[in-house]
Write a protein that binds this ligand. Sequence first.
Ligand code: S3P
Length: 174
Amino acid sequence: MGKNLTLIGFMGTGKTSVGYICAELLGWAFIDCDAQIEAAHQCTITEIFRAHGEAYFRQLETQHLAAVLESSEQVISTGGGIVTAEQSRSLLLKSKASGNKVLWLKAHPEVIYERVRSSQDRPLLKVADPRAEIARLLEQRQQWYELLADAVVDTSTLNLQQAAEAVLKIIGQW
Ligand code: S3P
């Protein structure tokens, strides 16, 4: 396991876009776990959920995270629900002992809703009341984001560049 920056946080908090900018600025590799899982399985996350269910997807996430954490100098954008899997949480906790920093991106629920409402690839939010589902999932996951995070950046009022700068400022202090 190596020195990495792993971004955790709910859907729509900017993990992928902010992570990409941070990686560019740091000169590190950028790893988008969801995109890599889709590429490896040649189907979308929505299709994986539909064909095999959420529990199966969580196993894929854990396996993928374990492999990614073997390398160093990467900004790793994880899927928002990765923290729900005990094995993924313990991998992240273990990785911190060898220099991985875990940064939690958060945002106000209404901001999250506005950012994800037109998304086609968030199967968990394809429900009658996505606002209520966002609130329910946030409530459930908050404890795990808090448990894992070394630091937190609230992206609610930040553009991508500002959010990346806020992240890098924290990294500079580590
Ligand atoms: C999920 C978040 C998604 C993706 C999948 C499940 C979740 O990733 O992994 O749709 O459970 O919150 P993003 O956080 O990148 O949207």
